[in-house]
Design a protein around this ligand. Sequence first.
Ligand SMILES: Nc1ncnc2c1ncn2[C@@H]1O[C@H](COP(=O)(O)OP(=O)(O)OP(=O)(O)O)[C@@H](O)[C@H]1O
Ligand SMILES: [Mg+2]
Length: 224
Amino acid sequence: MSEAIITLERVSRVYDTGKVLVPALEDVDLTIERGEFVAIVGPSGSGKSTMMNILGCLDRPTAGRYVLDGTPVEELDDNGLAAVRSRSIGFVFQSYNLLPRTSAIENVAAPLAYQGVGRKERLARAQEALERLGLGERLHHQPTELSGGQQQRVGIARAIVTEPALLLADEPTGNLDSHAGAEVIDLFRQLHATGRTIVLITHDVDVAVAADRQIHIRDGRIAA
Ligand SMILES: Nc1ncnc2c1ncn2[C@@H]1O[C@H](COP(=O)(O)OP(=O)(O)OP(=O)(O)O)[C@@H](O)[C@H]1O
Ligand SMILES: [Mg+2]
């Protein structure tokens, strides 16, 4: 069995606006091994969000082949795509994307409901994930009652509670000051040390250096 968790073979994504065709990714070849901590880094407009959407099974390539955790994504219908997303990927977003007026523990427990885990076990696993991220004293706080850095830690707890094969983070420090951002990056390093595979997408080279490998993207292509 191959240890690659992500394989992109000549992947392209062309947006069709009706007036023009925008090639946002062109002929991208990329392999990420299980257990790697990789940063995908590039300037605005280089194709990072396009790449994130494809890696996260939120969008499909217009050409090429994507194999995620042994599954060729092009063979899946939309339900299959949603299932692989729920099973294999934990997402961390720039703006946290927590449910408003909902406690930290309920936010973290939510993805487990989609997997059919019973409520008691959901809450136990959510509590454990939050405690692991240093938020054991904040279980019943709502997002507005937490700092930005704390909200992002809730977001990370929610991403890891399902034990996904891949943690996919899009500008996770983008809304944080440098101190809170450094704490979040430190958490990624700790999660990586316990064996997680992490793909961190960022425009910030100072953030990207936290990863073991940097993949530079420019004008939709991987730069040498
Ligand atoms: N839905 C769309 N329709 C048409 N063109 C698009 C669409 N989404 C993105 N693009 C174009 O594709 C290219 C890559 O965009 P993308 O959003 O992936 O860049 P990015 O690296 O995430 O930029 P940023 O750092 O500003 O978020 C850009 O030229 C953009 O204008
Ligand atoms: Mg973007």
